[in-house]
Structure formats: C-alpha cells, structure tokens
Design a protein around this ligand. Sequence first.
Ligand code: KG4
Ligand code: ZN
Length: 341
Amino acid sequence: MTILGIESSCDDTAAAVLRGQAGDAKVLSSVVMGQTALHANFGGVVPEIAARAHAEKLDHCVKQALDEADLGLGDIDAVAVTAGPGLIGGVVSGVMCAKGIALARGLPLYGVNHLAGHALTPRLTDHVTFPYLMLLVSGGHCQFLIVSGPDAFKRLGGTIDDAPGEAFDKVARLIALPQPGGPSIEQRAKAGDPKRFKLPRPLLDRAGCDMSFSGLKTAVLRQRDSLLVDGAMAAQDQADLAAGFQAAVVDVLAEKTRRALAEYAPLADVRSICVAGGVAANMAIRGALETVAQEIDAAFVAPPLALCTDNAAMIAYAALEQMASREPDGMALSARPRWPL
Ligand code: KG4
Ligand code: ZN
C-alpha cells in the first residue's frame, strides 16, 4: 500500500508519501512548508492568512512529496487527510485538495483526526506496542492519552487553560525573547539559575492529571515587572526567569506524568512513555520524562523532531493503522473544527 497524506490544520502545509502497513511503514517523503514569516507581525497564527497560504501551497506541496518519493499520482493507492481538529479554513483546504485527488484517480479517501496522527507516530518511528502513555504537548495541545489501539484513545487529563507551547511563547514575549518562544527560552535558560525566583507549580496540589500554565505565566509577568529598569531587563535576570519558568513546566509535566501512570496502574501493562508535539523538542522536558520512565522501568520514546511537530507522514500513517477497522470516508468527508479523540 502506498498512501499520500495531507495536513493543513494549523500553520504548516504538509504532504507525505508512505509505503507499507500498520506497524511496518516507510516514509518515502515528508514535505512541510511553514508559514512563520506570514504570521510574524501578528503575534499568532491568523486563520484567514493561514487558509489562503494552504490553498496556494497545497498542490505544490503534494507535487514535491511525490517528486521526492520518485512517484506519480498513478502509484498512489489511497489518500489520507487531516479532517480536524484545527483552524477550519486550513482543514477545508486540505480536505478539498484530497477529495480532488481521490475523485480524479478513483482512490479511497480517509479523514484522519490530527491528534490521532500525533498519538500514533511512535508506532511509525519506533514500533511501540499498545498500550502506551502519550503526552501530547505543543502550541495548541496538552493532554495525556492512553493509546491502546489505532482508534482507542483514553484521555487521562490535560490543560485547563494554556497549552505549554503557548505558555513558552507568551513568556518569551514577556521577557523580550524572540518567537517561537520554546527554543529561545530553552537556549536562554542555559545561562540562568532556575532556583532564583520562586514560581508556582500549578495544580500539583490537586489530584489527577489536569494541568494549568496560565497562572505560571502571570507569576512570570509579576516577577518581570519587579525587575524592569527603564523598561528593560538585565541579561542575567532574563536568563534566571527563563530558567525558572522552564523548571516549573518541567516539574509539572514530570509529576503529572507520574500521576497519569499511577492512575492507569490497575491495567499496568504500559511499557512505554511517548511524547509528541513541538514542546517535546525541549531537552529539559525530555530528560525529566526519561527519568520518570526509568522509575517504572518503561521505555521513553520521542519521535525525531520532524515527526514530532506537525507533518503529513503521521496523517498517512494513522490511516494505515485505521484502515483495517474502518471504511474510507470518500466524498462524504467533512472538515471538523472540533474533534475530540
Ligand atoms: O507542534 P508544533 O510545531 O505546532 C503546534 O503547536 O501545533 O509546536 C509549536 C510549539 C510552539 O509553541 C513552540 O514554542 C514550542 O512548540 N516549542 C518548544 C520548543 N521548540 C518548540 N517549547 C519548548 N522548548 C522547545 N525547545
Ligand atoms: Zn499538531
């Protein structure tokens, strides 16, 4: 089976070609065309601009993915596309593009949940066996999932306000570091003392796996205001605040991962802890989760970064996983702005 995947639910236009089957698939190509520059002046992704850019780029992106795989449309056996959740203009653009290809070539068309794509990626990259714990942490998502089958996801908890990536981005803005905030805070934190400022670890005093990052951001804001001299921060203060913020996020994610495991312990056969999403690029977070995995003698799996962040290979792969147990959607497929797992 050779399958074309298409993803356009946020600010990356992506297409990929995979060959193989569930549990044993090879990525022949994976093209991601970002839009960071288009949104740079607006302090966030502008849905209308994103949708237009997807509509303009999708056909080029698909063509490039086919070229890099050294294949033509005639070699494709099925089409998979993100059908939600996401910014609806972008999702609609992807779904229309996928429908056009499927209709023209008479191919089966599968609509895939974007979160299922992230959640199943460790099976593509590391052949992880079910069930496993997945921590999905990005600019828009934050949840713990027990993944026990291609379409069997149990949500154990998630953020009640901001996603961690969003918090990294907002805090970076507060302390005058460039966007995206995650990498710039991680870099700056290396020169900082994480213990200098007392910052909260929200919701650690409450049972369960829900998380909160908005209060932490406000605490950083207050601390920053006390450090400003003529509207600017000293470089060391900035580094210490970046380090303190990152340490708080690390502590919350690690401790809530322990709780997620404890909550699931009655079923006890989770042998892998996996992460996905852009925030999974953070080495301090990876290190802390690896330690948690060691505590219970489980494997820690973080897919390579290009497959951790938004991409179309994960969408094609999720369809390969799910096609044994579901029918193609065909032309009845519709785009869904909200689609909880
Ligand atoms: O998964 P992703 O590329 O896009 C979505 O949000 O869907 O994730 C982007 C987010 C941004 O908020 C960015 O600041 C964060 O991931 N991020 C990081 C790091 N690299 C990217 N956060 C913490 N540490 C990093 N090294
Ligand atoms: Zn995503």
